[in-house]
Ligand binder design. Structure first.
Ligand SMILES: Cc1ncc(COP(=O)(O)O)c(C=O)c1O
Length: 412
């Protein structure tokens, strides 16, 4: 006999009037009706029993989230708990969890675009997304244009009759340049174009893109959402009809499904999303203001600073400044070596959004040669934000005085 997963009655996604910080702990979860357990269980089973006739062989057209959960590449009870929580946090109808952030981006591109379609992508965004769009998709007959999405007139000019999707990032990695999401959504809607926003750096604590009219929110859950640097994950959130299309078309066929253990770790990380982002934002503002006063630092970019070039948009669109800042110095290569040797608290490493502070140099010449390959006005615009290179500092939860001392140690 088929027994439904006891802890998971078909509760509606939680848009039930709870405030966001409460929803981060609560959305979609109820104590286990059998044991009373408050913390969610992990369901590790790859397959679940079902009554003959209830199953289906193809993902096409099936509701892959309906119980019984047949096979874990389609979905799994623990992964579904995470998807409910993510949908609740972003104010979406449904969510699809993926193995990584890049898998979520690829799932959106492959489900929404086909040969002959046109994609507009932010000319500065996570390198993996940019390279997937500009190097891989054209091989499938998809046209791709990179556009500075902080310039809405440039967006209007770039839209073609075959444009299907605009992919943005706000704040974008690594410049921390913002896109006016409501403005972008209005232009796209009027042209019948879908929008996706990688909100990894913002998290729903800072900005909820769906509330600004964006169609799909994407996260690398590896970063702030999990927040502990111990699990890879990704997600897409939006209207049920669109998410279920992405789930069956590329979630299942791409095969980059999130495992139950990582889903559980990310759920636990999200429990503390709000307090973590509040403290990271507070620490970041303190450090950004302090860095602005240091003679060795020529430029600081932080959305919470009055000096951010899009300060008004930041105030309108972001509830907090977030945990990411960049700064520039005269000899970045020498400084990077000093950091790797002398930091006691901050880690010189890639990635971001963890509980421990992380800093890395993104040299302009290198990332231009490897990834963006800009010329002319676009390159000038990049250099106006980044100079010869930015130190991308992901501010963690340490005592801010220790972080300041670490930076003082290398700045001299
Ligand atoms: C903004 C952004 N999106 C997506 C990704 C990719 O995430 P993942 O490593 O989980 O695939 C990253 C990784 O740094 C990122 O910074």
């Amino acid at each position: 006999m088929y027994l439904p997963h006891p802890a998971k009655p078909a509760v509606p996604l939680a848009h039930d009037g709870l405030r966001p910080a409460t929803r981060a702990l609560d959305a979609g979860l109820r104590p286990d009706p059998v044991t009373g357990a408050i913390a969610p269980n992990i369901s590790m089973s790859v397959n679940n029993v079902f009554s003959p006739g209830a199953g289906t062989f193809s993902a096409e057209g099936a509701d892959l989230t309906a119980q019984p959960y047949l096979y874990a590449r389609w979905t799994n009870p623990t992964v579904r708990d995470l998807e409910r929580r993510l949908a609740g946090l972003e104010g979406g109808e449904d969510a699809l969890a993926c193995a990584t952030g890049v898998a979520a981006i690829a799932a959106v591109f492959l489900a929404v675009l086909k040969g002959g379609d046109h994609l507009i992508i932010s000319d500065v965004c996570y390198a993996g997304a940019y390279e997937l769009a500009t190097r891989v998709l054209p091989g499938f007959g998809i046209e791709v244009t990179a556009v500075n999405l902080s310039d809405l007139d440039a967006v209007r000019r770039a839209i073609r009759p075959n444009t299907r999707l605009i992919h943005a990032e706000s704040p974008c990695n690594p410049l921390l340049r913002l896109t006016d999401l409501a403005g972008l959504a209005a232009i796209a809607r009027a042209a019948g174009v879908m929008t996706s926003v990688d909100s990894t750096l913002a998290t729903p604590v800072l900005t909820r893109p769906l509330a600004h009219g964006i169609d799909l929110v994407i996260h690398s859950l590896t970063k702030f959402m999990n927040g502990h640097g111990d699990a890879l994950g990704g997600a897409v959130i939006g209207r049920s009809e669109v998410v279920s299309r992405i789930r069956s078309q590329s979630g299942v066929y791409l095969g980059a499904t999130l495992g139950a253990q990582n889903a559980w770790l990310i759920l636990r990380g999200i429990d503390t999303l709000y307090p973590r982002l509040r403290l990271a934002s507070e620490n970041s503002l303190t450090l950004a203001q302090w860095l602005e006063g240091q003679g060795a630092v020529s430029r600081v970019v932080y959305p919470g600073l009055d000096s951010h070039p899009q300060r008004d948009l930041a105030r309108r669109q972001m509830d907090l400044g977030g945990g990411m800042l960049t700064f520039q110095v005269a000899d970045p290569s020498a400084m990077a070596v000093r950091m790797a040797e002398r930091f006691r608290v901050i880690h010189y490493a890639f990635s971001l959004g963890h509980q421990r502070s992380i800093c890395v140099l993104i040299p302009t010449a290198e990332i231009q040669a490897s990834t963006y390959r800009m010329e002319g006005a676009a390159l000038e615009e990049y250099r106006a934000w980044a100079g010869d290179g930015v130190f991308r500092l992901s501010v963690g939860l340490e005592d801010v005085a220790d972080l300041r001392d670490d930076l003082a140690r290398v700045l001299g």
